[in-house]
Each structure stands twice: as C-alpha cells, then as structure tokens.
Write a protein that binds this ligand. Structure first.
Ligand SMILES: [Zn+2]
Ligand SMILES: [Zn+2]
Length: 772
C-alpha cells in the first residue's frame, strides 16, 4: 500500500491530553485545529483530561496531532498525549461537548498568569469596551489558582460565582472561536468586579477614576495598600527616601530589601543591567521578581529600597490593575507584600484594613474574592537559566514532575521559608511559599493551604514526612496528624532533603557527592549541621565531610549577632589570636561569652556554612548584628569586587583532616589569617574575595577527597548559602574544571523552600525499602 492511498484513507483517533489543559483555551484551540484540517469529531473536558475524537483523512489526522503539541495555547502545559487509532464512526461535524465528571479524576490547576498582549491592547484602546478595566482577562491570562475552590474548574466553584455575566460577556463565554470561550474569570466594566479607594479609617474616597487618584497619592509620597491577585501589596514611590523609610518603620522591616515594579524592560534598564535572559523572564507569563544588577550611580531609586545590596528585585506589571497604576504614576513603585514583617500576606478587604492599619495611608480595594494567598515569586538568572529563589505566583501549584509513580505523601517542609509537598502518581505538588512558621497566622495559612491542595488534587496522604527536629511547628503538625490518622511518620534529615530535592529536579537518583551549605538543620548527632558533604541518594546518606564544629554562644542569639558567632570561632578554634577591634565587643560581654563557651552553657555546636560567613563578615567589619536572615553574609558577598578574577586572590589556609571517620575542614587558620588581614588594614573587598575563593577551593578539595574514596564524579549543590551568586559561580566553575559534573537548582529553591520536595522523595524510597 502506497503512502498516498494510506494518507487518503479515513481514520479515527481517540486522544487523551493531560496536563494544564483546562481554563487555558484548549478546547477552542482543538476546535480551530480540527476545522483547519477538515476533521470531524468531538472534544470534551473530563475531571482527568481533555478527551478528543477526530475522524478524517490519515494525513489530516497526523497534521492535527502534530499541531496539538506544537501550536497549543501559551498557558497550556501538556504532560502527555495518548492516541489510539480505530475505524471511523462517521461524525458529521466537530463539536465541543459538555464537561464530564470522572470519579477520582484530577489534573493540575493552572497558576495565575500575567496579562497577555491581547488583553493589554484592549485596556489601552479607548474604543474597546474593556478600556481601562482593571479586571480584564481571557483564556490566555488572568487569575486561576487564586480564585479556585474546587475542581472541575467552572465558574460556580470560583470566587467569580457572585458576578453574573452581562449579555456581551455571556456571548464571548459561549463562542468557541472567542478568546474568552469558557474563560471562568471573564468580566467587563458592566458586570465584573470593581475597585474602591478608601482611607486608613475605611472611609470611601470619592473620585471618578480611583486608579488615577491612587497614582496621584503615590506621587505625593503616600503609602497605598493595593489588593492584587493573591493578596495585598504595599506600594510607594521608590525614588522618595522619606516614604521608603516611613514604610520600613511602619512595617517593622528595617533593612530587608523591597521589590520594585516598573512599567517596561526599557524603563528597568535606566536603573539596572538587564540581560536578554533576564528580560525574557521578567516578560514571561509567570512574570516573577527577577534579581538584577543595580546601577547605583545612574538610578534614582533610593538606596533605602535595598540597603547595602548591588541587586534589585524587579518585576513588571502582571495584572491590568498594575499596568494602569504604573502608567498613571509614571514612577518606579516599591511593591512589597501587604503584611507586618513575617506574617502572611493579607488577602481580604476587612483583614487588610485591620492588619495594615497604621502601615498604609490608603487602600485600593476590589470585590473579587481571593481564595488562596499567593506571594510574588523571586528568581535570578545564572548560566543563562532561571533559578528559583521563592516559588509562588506563576509557578505553584503546577507540579514538579516525578520520574516515578509516587505514593500519596504529605511532606511538611522546613520551619523557615516553608512550603509543603503533596505527591500523587508522577506529580509533586510543591506548594507556593507559605512563610516562616513562627506564628499562629502562618500555621493557619499552612493548614488551610494543605486542605486546598488535598481537595484540588484529590490526595489522601498515606504517609506523613517531616524534619528530624522535634520542636518546629511543621514537625509538631506532622506528628499530630500522623497520630490522629494512624499514619506512618517519616523523619528526614534537613540536609539530606536539600540534596534529594536537587537530585530530583535534575532527574538523577544518585549516589552523588552532595554539598549542603546553609544556616541550620538538625543533625543525626544532635548538633546543628549546615556545612555538610554527604554521599547521598534518594534513599539515604552518609556524612562524608563537614565543616569543623564551633559553638553558638547563646544559641539562636548568635544568629542575630554575628559578632558573637565570630567570638565563638575565635575563642574555640584560634584562642591565641587577640579579638579584633572590628567586633566592638564590650570587655564584660566578651568575658561572659568566653566563660559560656568554656563551660558549654547554652552553646550548641554548629558546622553551619551560614554562620561561618556571618562570623567572617563580622570580623571584616561588614556587619555585627543583623536585621534579616543572612544579612551579614549577603553584605559580605556584596563587598567583593565586581567581576572578581579568582586567580588574583590567594585562598586563606585551612586543612582537611579525618576526625572520627569524617573528613573535617579545620577553620582555625582561616580565622587567624582573616584577623591578620584586618589588622593590616587589607581592604574589605579583598578579604571578601579571598574568603569566597577559600570556600570554593575547600569545597572542591573535599569533593576530590570523597571522589577518591567513592569514585563519584557528580556533585549536587544545595542549601540557602548557594543563593550567594559569587560562591555559586566560583564553586561551579572550579568543580567543572576539576572534571566534576555539577547539579544545581533551577525549578525549586536551593533554600528551605525546596526541603518539602526532598522529604517527599526520600519518604517514597525509604518506605519502599522498609516494606520491600
Ligand atoms: Zn488575556
Ligand atoms: Zn460583562
């Protein structure tokens, strides 16, 4: 049979498409594609997939199948397309059919998507019926995850149920050829959500165009709380020192950097160096905050926006409301989460008026309900690839794909930067950023979000996973839940979870040499780990190397006061070295701390790389006390020369010795040498450069030692310290030069935001082992 006759023979294909394929204009796309290729048949949504039947000439069927994968709408994420061929049934046309509910069916839910170019054109077109309408959206853009309460994703199960569509919107909604066909949040000025501007007492500000008024207030130096997609943001003029300082005072956030929103990439380039890759990420449908190099000299964004930093977190407008506000204001706006320091983001109008009272002068409210709190995501670009720092809006709840079929597991994550992870089939639903689990509000946010994910993805956990630490809130929650439901509880070591999360996203099952550098994690010996070299895979790990232990005088207080940590290292590891004046320690305090260290009173031991950076920062005179996590270490990184030439700087001396079977990096000589540099007035940038070079070099040397012992040539880098871009570049470069394959994070954060994924992976395989 020739190709010609086979291609003209009638064929029938039954197709199942899985992934994010509902609420993203997929069925209209299928309809158009089928019509284009003269095919007849049916398409329908079910709870688990989009089911398609097509009939026509063989060549046309194949052209359709190609187009299905290559021309899908921008917001769709196709995971699988399954096709079965059979004899035609004789359809006479192509139709979109009613949705069908399948028992137990589920599918990924789309994240919220930044305003698409078509909608943007409409809101700035005076002849369009959605001119200046701040809630414009279509199947290619707009809210999704933040408005959905349950599946199937239909309007009555979203917070849009209260808005009855007008005849024009209704017509778009039912027209398969319209961009708004089955766009559940579809709305217009006649029938959709509306804005309202109120002052701090909740009194309505009467003004014909409230966005114009809000822009005016911002230009006058007021702080405006703006109700966005996943909660409130606090906005103010980023070029006004007085108001930025005032916002810091009111929010109790003395120094942690604020993000800035600007209208366009061209506008961003007046303040920052933006590579093509960074611009592409900013302009993507996910539209995260991107950390980019700041031209401090050229930019009129005031230093108080990100004190002491060479990077700025920049995002572009991602809702019509943001676009309209930014255009009217015409200035860069600080855009930070609407909360009091470390509480969850406020999402409801009344809640915001109560919780943000005393912070915001005005509130730009709207009446479209927000079901899920959803912070802005933060990314950077390294090696030309996006790297997650905080994964939330635009990314969650889209799953991380697992290269295996998983049990239904709830992994409760870490205490700080918490996310949790629910698994099912080949999906790991890693939650959006929840926050630091140190208060009741955040715990409640955590519990509500776990419930939402369980409902949306029809997951009934069979196993609960958490950290080794007995006292942290997520671990207590996990233990209670496991006891209450009589489920197995798996406790996973923090740094093993870091390495497993890095392995998983690289689809490597190990064993590898895992370098986990971070602030703190509970170790199997009861000490606080954080500078670890593990031989690890998805099942287990062996601690092959570590940074030398040092005492943390006063425990957690040493984290907030790096000068104490510095004294800890000096007294414990380099006792003969006089304490440098840069530490500015009061002699009486110094005596007490030393006695505390000698007598081991409230001085837990730590191998933390984060504390090592803190201590060196303090001795170098960069920072004695911190206002936010890792501030001293970050400022030490910022102090290093731009475009550092590593070959110019000699590493500080250190030694690697075996201590009770574990290769241990001796740090005493580093401290002697740093103090010596300080005493000889070596400039801080040089000390910073030498120290970074040292940490990279000791990492490579340790990996080489472990490689000799094990034969392993793959190294996975994880832990929050690798948010240090200078360290990441130096370490990656030198490991590669030494012939190692280096695995790093991209999809999930290297910080504790990735821990839950690692816990879920390890739990899957340790449970299998125990039972198998
Ligand atoms: Zn759109
Ligand atoms: Zn309407």
């Amino acid at each position: 049979m020739s190709a010609r006759t086979s291609s003209s023979t009638k064929q029938r294909a039954v197709i199942s498409v899985r992934g994010v394929v509902q609420g993203v204009g997929f069925r209209p796309f299928v309809y158009r594609l089928a019509t284009l290729h003269n095919l007849h048949g049916r398409v329908r949504n079910t709870s688990g997939n989009v089911a398609i039947e097509i009939e026509g000439r063989g060549a046309d069927v194949h052209a359709f199948l190609d187009g299905l994968k290559t021309q899908a709408p921008p917001a769709a994420h196709i995971e699988t397309v399954e096709v079965q061929f059979s004899a035609p049934r004789g359809f006479k046309d192509f139709r979109i059919q009613e949705s069908q509910v399948q028992e137990g069916g589920y599918q990924p839910v789309s994240p919220d998507i930044a305003t698409c170019p078509d909608c943007l054109r409409e809101i700035f077109d005076p002849s369009d019926r959605r001119f200046h309408y701040p809630f414009t959206n279509c199947t290619n853009c707009g809210p999704r995850f933040t408005i959905i309460e349950d599946i199937p994703y239909d309007r009555p199960l979203t917070t849009m149920r209260d808005f009855k569509m007008c005849p024009d919107c209704e017509r778009e909604y039912h027209d398969p050829l319209d961009r708004r066909f089955h766009a559940q949040p579809n709305a217009c000025p006649v029938c959709g959500p509306q804005l309202e501007l109120v002052d701090a007492s909740g009194k309505k500000v009467e003004y014909p165009d409230v966005i114009e008024k809000a822009a005016q207030l911002l230009k006058e130096g007021r702080i405006v709380a703006v109700r966005g997609l996943g909660g409130f943001q606090l906005a103010c003029d980023a070029t006004n020192r007085v108001v930025v300082t005032l916002l810091r005072e009111r929010k109790h956030r003395p120094a942690k950097p604020f993000a800035v929103m600007l209208s366009t990439v061209a506008g961003v380039r007046k303040h920052c160096v933006v590579s093509a890759d960074e611009a592409r990420l900013m302009e993507s449908p996910e539209a995260p905050i991107v950390l980019v190099g700041w031209h401090r000299g050229k930019s009129d964004i005031v230093p108080e926006v990100a004190p002491g930093l060479n990077y700025l977190g920049i995002m572009l407008p991602y809702t019509p409301l943001h676009h309209l506000l930014l255009r009217r204001a015409g200035i860069p706006l600080v855009m930070t989460s609407g909360n009091l320091s470390e509480e969850p983001i406020a999402k409801d109008n009344d809640e915001a008026l109560a919780r943000l009272k005393g912070i915001a002068d005005y509130f730009l409210l709207h009446n479209r309900g927000i079901y899920a709190r959803y912070d802005d995501s933060v990314f950077m670009v390294e090696d030309g690839r996006p790297v997650a720092v905080r994964r939330a809006r635009g990314y969650a709840p889209y799953p991380i794909m697992l290269p295996y079929q998983s049990k239904q597991i709830l992994a409760c994550g870490a205490e700080l930067k918490n996310t949790f992870c629910l698994t099912r089939d080949n999906h790991a639903f890693l939650s959006q950023h929840i926050g630091d689990m140190e208060n009741e509000e955040t715990l409640e946010h955590f519990e509500n979000t776990v419930e939402l994910y369980r409902r949306l993805f029809r997951i009934e956990p069979q196993v609960i996973a958490c950290d080794l630490h007995p006292e942290y809130l997520p671990d207590k929650y996990a233990a209670n839940l496991a006891a209450e439901k009589n489920l197995p509880l798996v406790r996973v070591q923090h740094h093993h979870a870091h390495i497993a999360s890095c392995l998983l996203e690289n689809e490597v099952d190990g064993p590898v040499i895992g370098v986990a550098f971070d602030g703190a994690g509970y170790g199997t010996d009861g000490n606080i780990w954080g500078g670890e070299f593990l031989v690890a895979d998805w099942r287990g790990f062996r601690r092959a190397g570590q940074l030398e232990y040092a005492p943390m005088p006063g425990g957690a207080a040493a984290i907030r006061k790096p000068y104490r940590m510095a004294l800890g290292y000096l007294h414990f590891l380099a006792n003969d070295v006089p304490v440098p004046t840069t530490l500015q320690i009061d002699p009486a305090e110094s005596l007490i701390l030393k006695r505390q260290i000698d007598r081991k009173i409230n001085c837990p031991l730590t191998s933390s790389a984060g504390r090592l950076f803190d201590a060196v920062a303090a001795i170098a005179g960069v920072r004695r006390e911190i206002d936010y996590e890792a501030q001293a270490a970050i400022e030490l990184e910022m102090a290093a020369p731009a475009n550092l030439d590593a070959a110019r700087f000699r590493a500080y001396p250190y030694a690697i010795e075996e201590v009770s079977g574990v290769n241990t990096v001796r740090l005493g000589e580093i401290f002697r040498a740093v103090v010596n540099d300080v005493n000889h007035a070596v400039p801080v940038p040089d000390i910073s450069a030498r120290f970074h070079v040292t940490v990279a070099q000791m990492t490579v040397e340790m990996c080489e030692k472990i490689a000799v012992e094990t034969g392993l040539r793959q190294v996975a880098l994880s832990g929050g310290v690798f948010q240090n871009r200078l360290l990441l570049r130096l370490t990656t470069g030198q490991l590669r030069a030494a012939g190692f394959q280096v695995l790093t994070h991209h999809l999930v954060p290297c910080n504790d935001g990735g821990i839950a994924l690692g816990q879920a992976v390890i739990t899957q395989f340790t449970i299998n082992d125990k039972r198998g």
